[in-house]
Ligand binder design. Structure first.
Ligand code: GLY
Length: 589
């Protein structure tokens, strides 16, 4: 077994204790990029304003559930959770109670809370789980029972409402129950996701029961098509049971029993006891300063808060707004290099802080200065991870969707929630309507092999019993003069981090309205693979100038989905914006 010892981590030394394992430093293998056909539309359509409150999500029915929560006397926390639970019905290829989430909350009293509802590896999971797996699934970290961690979203939602909301969890579930019971019209995007997932889902009768119906012409079972109404009576019953009996029904009752039985019958390792042992965790948000702003982000096991702060710390060393005006290619080059440096550190240092030591020095200004000094204006760096200060002694405590919510009392929420890739592990626990996540793929499931997002990692993110896989989800809240002015977050694997950065840079440095900040063409660098992704709409001339600086340019149609709400202290207006790359909605009372 090749092991990193903790002091080895700090000084970059690898400790070899035996020779059987395949653990290795991150590989540079390049997986094929996933594409979709979305295109950017005008930002104006994606913004909405209100003086009272605001919620933004990727689905109008879910946003409406949030607005209804406000109308029923709820605050931004109630609105965010009602929206998230409704998304779990009408947008369940992205998120649901079979998945996990991070919730960052700023309360009216000015306090911050980071509720970690990330999935946990089942207790029987080991580092070599996937290497040793005897399973009929060809990609067991992505499809089928081994792909799932113990879901945490519901526990975190319930905690958020109980501790910081004004309504009951029962109220938050009501719109989801309606949407599941009465059905909703399948959109073009939803139907496309079903088509893509069809083959994998066909292996699971529970998923076929929910998402397939007899074709009107042939009678053969096929996924629902665009324009048809999808009703989910099992999911409605599941939500009703939770409304009546609370989260114990899910974590200690009938749901956990059913899930445990299904796992046993299908080669899984998760048990009812794993559900009973699941805990949402209160973590300390990552707080950093960026120019005149305070940035609050989510700490590990998210990599988002650390690397949003780290990249901004590096960028603070440059006159970004001036560069944007006078040297556009230089501006994008510097941002790309800062992203690359941060992602190199992500692959080496980051993991679940309850299991590994993640250095606090990653977000130190002195370290950012050292990294910034490496950036050359005329050529792209070939780089490895750096060595943050006090790396041996000071540590953090330990397809996806984003909901933004805010109210005039001063409650602000950034909630990112996910079952990981489209329809998670592609199976439903029969009779419950609940799609289970495939978050185990966010671990380094196969050492040296990139995961579905092309991310590589080291032993800090190896599978272990009860451990939480590293995430890129980056719910973020920004303050100016002590008052919140922005909540933002995104979906899209590692592109979450870079989208949040773009929203911040575009809105705060370049003074774009939030809708435009989110709509503007993006670039993304994640260190490995060695390529600079440019959105299809990104300016050709600047792309050529970046190529001349030795960036390996690749165009992408798929740059993630971001939601945000900004507040203008002069007008007293909230402006909510959904990403115009999807058919979302932002609304207030
Ligand atoms: N499952 C994607 C993430 O958490 O980063």
């Amino acid at each position: 077994m090749l092991k990193f010892c903790s002091i080895g981590l700090a000084v970059g030394v690898v400790c070899l204790t035996a020779t059987v394992s395949v653990w290795a430093l991150p590989s540079r293998l390049v997986p094929p990029a996933r594409q979709d056909s979305s295109s950017v539309v005008l930002a104006e359509n994606s913004e909405s304003t209100s003086k009272k409150n605001m919620v933004a999500s990727v689905h109008p029915l879910a946003t409406q559930a949030g607005v209804d929560a406000f109308a029923n006397g709820g605050n931004a926390i109630d609105a965010a959770i009602a929206t998230a639970l409704t998304l779990g019905v009408v947008d369940n290829f992205n998120s649901g109670i079979g998945g996990g989430c991070f919730i960052l909350i700023r309360t009216a009293s000015g306090d911050f809370y980071a509720i970690d509802g990330r999935e946990m590896a089942p207790s029987a999971a080991t580092q070599d789980l996937f290497r040793d797996a005897k399973t009929r699934f060809s990609n067991p970290s992505q499809t089928g029972p081994l792909a799932s961690g113990v879901p945490g979203a519901l526990k975190a939602y319930a905690q958020a409402v109980a501790q910081h909301g004004r309504l009951d969890l029962r109220d938050s579930l009501s719109k989801g129950i309606e949407a599941a019971e009465n059905g909703f019209r399948v959109s073009e995007a939803y139907a496309a996701k079903l088509r893509i997932a069809k083959k994998a889902m066909s292996q699971f009768p529970g998923a076929v029961d929910v998402f397939f119906r007899p074709d009107p012409k042939t009678g053969i079972l096929e996924p629902y098509r665009e324009g048809e109404v999808l009703k989910q009576s099992d999911l409605a019953d599941t939500y009703r049971k939770i409304a009546q009996e609370g989260t114990p029904w899910f974590y200690r009752g009938a749901f956990a029993e059913l899930a445990g039985q299904w796992m046993k019958a299908n080669g899984g390792i998760m048990t009812a006891i794993d559900f009973a042992n699941y805990k949402s965790v209160n973590r300390k948000p990552v707080r950093s300063k960026y120019r005149d702003f305070e940035i609050y982000g989510f700490p590990p096991p998210s990599s988002g808060g650390v690397h949003v702060a780290q990249v901004l710390n590096i960028l603070e060393q440059f006159e970004l707004a001036d560069m944007y005006r006078s040297d556009r290619a230089g501006f994008y080059h510097v941002v790309a290099e800062a992203m690359k440096l941060a992602f190199a550190d992500r692959a080496f240092w980051l993991g679940d802080p309850d299991y590994v030591e993640v250095p606090l020095g990653l977000v130190e200004k002195s370290y950012a200065k050292e990294l910034a000094s490496k950036i050359k204006m005329n050529s792209a760096l070939t780089t490895d991870h750096g060595m943050p200060p006090n790396a041996a002694t000071e540590f953090f405590e330990r397809h996806t969707t984003h909901v933004a919510a805010a109210d005039s009392e001063g409650n602000w929420v950034a909630l990112t929630t996910t079952v990981n890739t489209t329809f998670g592990a592609k199976y439903v626990i029969p009779g419950t309507g609940v799609i289970m996540n495939n978050q185990m793929d966010d671990f380094v499931a196969f050492p040296g092999k990139p995961n579905v997002f092309g991310l590589v990692g080291g032993e800090n993110n190896a599978v272990a019993s009860g451990k939480r896989p590293l995430s890129s989800m980056s719910p973020t809240i920004v303050l100016k003069n002590g008052k919140p002015i922005l909540t933002v977050g995104a979906a899209g694997g590692p592109k979450i981090i870079t989208q949040v950065l773009w929203a911040i840079i575009n809105h705060l440095d370049l003074e774009m309205p939030i809708g435009k900040a989110i709509a503007a063409p993006r670039l993304h660098h994640q260190w490995a693979p060695k390529q600079l992704l440019l959105e299809a709409s990104f300016d050709n001339k600047i792309a050529d100038q970046l190529a001349a600086k030795q960036h390996q340019i690749k165009r992408s149609q798929s740059m993630g989905i971001c939601q945000g709400i900004a507040f203008d202290a002069k007008t007293g207006l909230f402006t909510g914006a959904f990403d115009p790359r999807t058919t979302g909605s932002a609304a207030g009372e």
